[in-house]
Design a protein around this ligand. Structure first.
Ligand SMILES: Nc1ncnc2c1ncn2[C@@H]1O[C@H](COP(=O)(O)OP(=O)(O)O)[C@@H](O)[C@H]1O
Ligand SMILES: [Mg+2]
Length: 795
């Protein structure tokens, strides 16, 4: 017997009442449903790939299902196939997975559901000597029954001999013996394997006696069909000869390579030799059907007109010129050399900047199907590559599933949020993905379930990520990163006007309304209700407004022709974000820094304080700072020491009082070298007790020799500063070139100071720094310069 791993069952399942058809684990049964509710329920579970709970009821059944009118133990089943018959009945093949008990019945919507507990067979169970004896004795009793005329499928003895688990053996013998319903349900109700085996042994014993006493086999049950009260009939899932013949015909018509065909033929031959009641019959059938339905050769004709493609991209997305250009280049190269094994494009950017929708647009532009696999939270290799068929409830991995869904082998395949890939004890999905993405290997990608090579080389993979850092390095090596920088307010406005408003109007059935947004209303939504680089929340807010207007319309109200700004509070609630910086004045020891975050840019306040009565020459750093950021702080401190003379700082100011640096939003991890300059200025402001102008934002890496080095994410950072009402930015001179990516409006209303050295930055941010200050540090509390608040002291 194959070793099956236990399936993971959810704790609630939809329930189908089957009257007196008992489904044992490992048994597949074809049932026929006539009742509309049952048919819908089965279809729904099949579509969602949900397990279904089978409950048994006595002939005097009643509805609705309660814990009292069903048997306490039922079976969790997988629906492996369904078919509508000509009489509008639904035939479904149910495969028993494991016993369950019904803890509580729930009624959710029109479908009965139950909280359940599953009882998978304990495979580690090692049979004690009594159990061993019972097993052997049962087998010989069964043989005796056979000899006395008990009908048994040919393969039965061979199968039974291989089974070493008492519970499985007991179930299987019951399946072969087909006792009456009462006995079957009693056997199903015995969770303990040994108890079940005892029952079976008893049953065999009685059966043998009976067979011997009246050699006429009057006890032979009819395995073919049981009429059922609930409008459902069942039979051992069956060898429909027609069905098999049709399957064979279908397979013969497929264009398969030699080895695949050989495997399929072998499985088909195996299937024909099998008894339909055998536990493996349906697994094999399911496998053959699955394989035969894969798009082995189907390819979609690719659109090769680049002008057309460009038009499509422009139609779907505003702006993003550089990104579109890069995509078109990529397509052009593919076209010139279809065999080219180029890198995979990876769209990187904050949520809502249009990564996923660009992927769809690329597919549309190329005239190819689009499928998307969300990788967030995938941490099991089997989700990518499937389970081997020996695994109970085995299925192919998502790559193959999606390709089957696409129905062609050259779709655009989006590996969405590849930076969110997890990994744990169940294996590393990144390793499986690597094989999927590697052009040297992916023409023979082998899913564990299929166990056949499938050619992925014509699939156009596109990945997306919020950040490139967390992407495993080997995957990153195979990809070309295209950054989507996030939108300015002007760009957002245009996107809203050209795309989002119309789309939401349509979605909410207000297509024929002239409802428009005034400039003020739209600006207010952008400024006061959303703070993001993308437009996802903006779209949500617009949707929310449309929803409310749709309700008013249904209520018979007349809608205004434009959404008035004063209505926003009513429609969307109080504003969520304040655009302006707080009115509090500049302070000693606080500098406004700029950060790049996965959701775009943000401003952050870097604070430094002196610790009272603590001597130490190391820094205390708090606020979830990463190693690189900590090193920046050390560099800043070291450089500050070299300036001690110029600013008349005490030579050992850093040793006399311990310095604490904190960057708020302490729970959010921050790292990177780009806060170096801001860190330095914070320390200097503290050391010379002069205010830092908090209306000027600072970004830049620093070196020990006092140079300011370029950093990334300038566009996002500048736009974040602008959202916060900051007009002046100090940045590395080398980054001035990046400002061309900004919308003109932002460029025009803001001031940029490019600096090459730390020294150039000092007077910009700490205007009073050159006015000599006396050493304030040793021992005493820091003094307060006239009119300025003192540096915060933490004691
Ligand atoms: N440049 C753009 N032009 C038009 N619509 C856009 C643009 N950028 C984003 N959108 C829209 O914003 C929404 C969010 O985009 P989405 O692709 O889900 O973002 P992401 O995958 O990057 O998180 C979608 O409805 C998308 O069509
Ligand atoms: Mg997305």
């Amino acid at each position: 017997m194959k070793q099956h791993s236990a399936p993971i069952l959810p704790d609630r399942l939809k329930v189908l009442a089957l009257g007196e058809i008992v489904i044992f684990p490992m048994l597949a049964i074809t049932i026929t449903a006539r009742n509309h509710n049952d048919i819908e329920l089965i279809k729904e579970c099949e579509q969602n790939r949900e397990f279904i709970a089978i409950a048994n009821q006595q002939a005097n059944y009643s509805f609705p299902l309660t814990r009292e009118n069903i048997f306490p133990i039922g079976t969790a089943c997988r629906i492996s196939r369904t078919r509508m018959t000509r009489e509008s009945q639904l035939e479904a093949v149910l495969e028993g997975i494991c016993r369950i008990s019904f803890l509580r019945m729930l009624k959710i919507g029109s479908r009965p559901q139950a909280l359940i507990a599953g009882y998978p067979e304990d495979l580690a169970h090692s049979a004690d000597s009594t159990t061993q004896m019972l097993m052997e004795s049962s087998l010989s009793l069964l043989q005796a029954c056979c000899a006395a005329g008990q009908p048994l499928p040919e393969s039965a003895t061979a199968i039974l001999e291989k089974i070493d688990h008492p519970g499985h053996l007991a179930d299987l013998i019951i399946i072969y013996l087909q006792p009456d319903f009462a006995t079957q349900s009693r056997a199903l109700g015995l969770i303990n394997a040994k108890d079940r085996l005892k029952l079976v042994h008893q049953l065999l014993y009685e059966r043998q006696r009976k067979l011997n006493s009246n050699s006429a086999a009057d006890n032979k049950p009819d395995p073919a069909r049981w009429p059922q009260p609930g409008g459902i009939t069942g039979r051992a899932a069956g060898n429909d000869d027609d069905e098999l013949a049709e399957l064979k015909k279908n397979i013969a018509a497929l264009d398969l390579n030699k080895s695949t065909r050989k495997t399929l033929d072998k499985e088909l031959a195996k299937l024909q030799r099998m008894n339909p009641a055998a536990p493996d019959y349906h697994n094999t059938l399911h496998y053959i059907e699955y394989v035969s339905e894969l798009p082995w050769q189907q390819v979609d004709q690719e659109n090769i007109d680049l002008d057309e493609a460009e038009k499509t991209l422009d139609e779907d997305h505003f702006g993003l010129e550089k990104v579109k250009e890069r995509i078109l280049e990529h397509l052009a190269v593919r076209q010139l050399n279809p065999e080219m094994k180029g890198p995979i494009l990876c769209l990187v950017g904050a949520p809502g900047v249009g990564k996923t929708s660009l992927g769809k647009s690329i597919a549309r532009a190329m005239g190819r199907k689009f499928v998307r696999l969300a990788l967030g939270g995938v941490h099991d290799e089997a989700e990518i590559r499937g389970h081997r068929r020996t695994y109970l409830g085995a299925m192919p991995g998502k790559i193959i599933q999606e390709l089957k869904r696409a129905g062609t082998r050259n779709p655009v395949f989006m590996l969405d949020e590849i930076d969110k890939l997890g990994r744990d004890f169940r294996g590393d999905p990144a390793a499986a993905l690597l094989e999927v993405m590697d052009p040297e290997q992916n023409h023979t990608f082998t899913d564990h379930y299929l166990n056949l090579p499938f050619d992925l080389s014509r699939v156009l993979f596109i990945a997306t990520a919020n950040q490139s850092d967390p992407i495993p390095a080997p995957l990153l090596d195979r990809m070309e990163i295209i950054t989507l920088p996030g939108y300015s307010e002007e760009e957002k406005r245009s996107i809203a006007r050209r795309y989002l408003i119309d789309r939401q109007r349509k979605n909410h059935g207000l297509k024929d309304e002239s409802l428009v947004f005034t400039e003020e209303a739209l600006d207010s939504i952008i400024d006061n209700y959303t703070r993001e680089s993308g437009v996802r929340n903006l779209e949500k807010m617009i949707g929310k407004i449309m929803r409310k207007y749709a309700r008013r319309k249904v209520a018979g109200e007349n809608l205004p022709s434009a959404v008035p700004q004063r209505d926003l509070a009513d429609l969307l609630g109080p504003t969520r974000h304040r655009k302006e910086l707080g009115a509090d004045t500049s302070r000693v020891g606080i500098v406004t820094g700029l950060a790049w975050t996965p959701t775009g840019g943000d401003i952050l306040f870097i604070e430094a304080a002196l610790m009272a009565n603590q001597k130490s020459n190391d820094l205390i750093l708090t606020g979830s700072l990463g190693d690189v950021m900590k090193e920046s702080a050390q560099i800043a401190l070291s450089y500050l020491k070299t300036l001690a003379g110029r600013y008349q700082l005490d030579e050992d100011f850093h040793e006399s009082r311990r310095i604490h640096i904190h960057i708020p939003s302490g729970a959010i991890p921050k790292d990177g070298p780009s806060a170096g300059l801001a860190l330095f200025l914070t320390l200097l402001s503290l050391a010379c007790n002069k205010n830092a102008d908090h209306k000027i934002a600072v970004t830049g890496e620093i070196s020990l020799s006092g140079r300011v080095l370029p950093v990334g994410g300038i566009k996002e950072k500048v736009l974040a500063a602008r959202r916060a009402g900051i007009k002046r930015i100090v940045l590395p001179e080398e980054n001035l070139k990046d400002l061309k990516d900004l919308p003109a409006a932002a460029r025009n209303e803001m001031f940029f100071f490019g600096v090459k050295t730390i020294d150039e930055a000092i007077p910009l941010v700490i205007p009073d720094s050159n006015r000599a200050v006396k050493k304030e540090f040793t021992g005493k509390k820091p003094g307060t310069a006239a009119g300025y608040p003192a540096a915060p002291v933490i004691s």
